[in-house]
Design a protein around this ligand. Structure first.
Ligand SMILES: Cc1cc2nc3c(=O)[nH]c(=O)nc-3n(C[C@H](O)[C@H](O)[C@H](O)COP(=O)(O)OP(=O)(O)OC[C@H]3O[C@@H](n4cnc5c(N)ncnc54)[C@H](O)[C@@H]3O)c2cc1C
Length: 457
């Protein structure tokens, strides 16, 4: 480390003025993502890159000295993926924020630090739409979205980040710059290397520019809000609706998350409900009303206590905002271990029932919010901070929820990534052959293992 510290001068000389920060107060701010993990290490310094040249210079320097690089977007990750390791350089892309809309190709050409919301806004100025909408869309970057293959609320109909990535510029582990894909809708030349980097969590390369597909602005949506006495009733309604139509949003909140949100921001949600579904249809013309009617019928058939329907987009947005407030609201209830497990949609009731059993058996609270239409749930294991015994029970419950998802043919992460929190469970899901293949790909692209070590796999 002493040697590397001395050599930071040579790194500084290769970068834009002011890009390297070693001031402990500044460095401290870049050590953790949203998980606020205690395990985060101490970086040598932070490079806040101005352009791809800075990224290349930092990676070349790190490769020459065998120093780990932890890429970082906006630090909103929920799996510890951008948490620092000891002696690393945190490579922050937050200053690379240009967004250019190309109407002719209906693409956005975006630097990685641009926030998701900034791309949406720029597209909207041209009557266009960038669909992927993580709940964190106002605070997460496109680079982070690409690296985690982020999902969100409208993904049930419109797909996830990878479905919108047409091109990427990537700096590889030896500093080589590659341009993959571009503004072409169709392009099958060569191996599909572009998609290898989507969801690779900063372990294979650093994204320095993305070309994103845009679509026409979303038609106005009608919203259905249904409350149920039980989570099972709501989950059965989701399965029934998913079998007959593709909603543009299908979110579920259980009783604990409804009450947590209501404690956090008074919205008049039904505190006595066992679960609430927030569903939307943005189908054109009369089909919209028909879809909402069909959704309402299925909810009622599965025991909905109450159904509320609105055509008013502002009213619909209020309910979506309640769902988006769930994480910050539940965060106030204690220390958290956040899950992101998913199953094929028809198995959603079984997953949710199993999670309730795990909570009861381990005597922990596990509120659940879910992108239910995707079968992707966020059970959140809550325990009192500072209580080691409760923490152990919470950790057991956390592992049991992942094991349950795998047993049901599901996944341990639908959108947040493996990061540093879920690595231990990955081999169980993927199996030895796929793990070995994963390691071969990593060894080919990053033989020194300097890119985000300890994250992903
Ligand atoms: C309240 C809240 C709600 C959320 N809701 C959702 C949701 O609905 N759906 C969802 O998918 N996620 C959600 N998230 C999680 C998070 O916002 C996403 O994972 C997001 O994609 C992370 O982006 P970021 O810019 O903050 O990345 P970071 O947290 O900085 O990094 C995430 C990962 O990407 C890597 N990385 C970042 N930039 C680059 C780059 N340019 N090149 C290579 N690797 C890079 C990092 O090394 C790390 O592994 C939520 C988070 C919060 C706090």
């Amino acid at each position: 480390m002493g040697n590397a510290a001395a050599n930071l001068d040579t790194l500084d000389a290769d970068l834009s003025p002011g890009a390297l920060a070693t001031d402990p107060d500044v460095v401290e701010k870049y050590r953790r993502d949203w998980t606020q993990s205690d395990a985060a290490g101490m970086p040598l310094g932070v490079v806040r890159a101005r352009d791809a040249d800075d990224v290349q210079a930092a990676v070349r320097w790190a490769a020459a000295h065998g120093i780990p690089i932890v890429p970082r977007g906006a630090g909103s990750g929920l799996s510890g993926g951008s948490c620092a390791v000891d002696g690393c350089i945190v490579l922050s892309l937050e200053r690379m924020r240009t967004v250019e809309i190309d109407v002719g190709t209906r693409t956005a050409v975006v630097e990685p630090g641009a926030l998701n919301v900034e791309v949406k806004r720029a597209a909207a100025e041209h009557g266009l739409w960038y669909p992927p909408d993580p709940s964190s869309f106002e605070i997460c970057s496109i680079g982070g979205n690409v690296a985690t293959n982020a999902g969100g609320l409208c993904c049930v109909k419109y797909g996830v980040t990878t479905d919108y990535v047409l091109g990427l510029d990537v700096v590889l582990a030896d500093g080589t710059f590659v341009r993959l894909g571009g503004q072409r809708i169709k392009d099958v030349a060569g191996l599909s290397l572009l998609k290898l980097f989507v969801g690779s969590e900063g372990t294979l390369g650093i994204v320095t520019r993305a070309v994103l597909r845009l679509v026409p602005a979303q038609p106005p949506a009608a919203t259905l809000v249904a409350t149920f006495a039980t989570v099972e009733g709501a989950a059965n309604a989701v399965v029934a609706i998913g079998a007959v139509l593709r909603a543009s949003m299908m979110e579920l909140m259980d009783a604990a998350s409804i009450n947590a949100v209501e404690d956090y921001v008074t919205m008049g949600l039904d505190r006595s409900a066992g679960a609430m579904l927030i569903a939307q249809s943005d189908a054109p013309g009369a089909a919209r009303g028909e879809e909402v009617e069909l959704m309402q019928r299925e909810c009622e058939a599965h025991g909905a206590k109450e159904c509320f329907v609105t055509d008013d987009p502002a009213e619909g947005e209020l309910f979506a905002a309640a769902r988006r407030a769930a994480f910050p609201a539940i965060e106030r209830r204690g220390a958290l271990m956040l899950e992101d497990v998913g199953v094929p949609v028809p198995l959603l009731p079984e997953l949710l029932g199993g999670i309730a059993d795990i909570a009861a058996r381990n005597r922990v609270e596990i509120p659940v919010v879910a992108h239910a239409g995707d079968g992707n749930t966020h059970p959140i294991v809550v325990y009192p901070p500072g209580d080691d015994e409760a923490r152990d029970r919470a950790a057991l419950a956390f592992d049991e929820v992942m094991a349950l998802a795998i047993r049901l043919g599901g996944t341990i992460t639908g959108e947040h990534g493996i990061g540093r929190l879920k690595r231990a469970a990955l081999p169980e899901q993927l199996g030895p052959e796929v793990m070995a293949l994963t390691h071969r790909v990593k060894a080919a692209l990053d033989p020194q293992g300097i890119l985000n070590p300890g994250a992903g796999f």
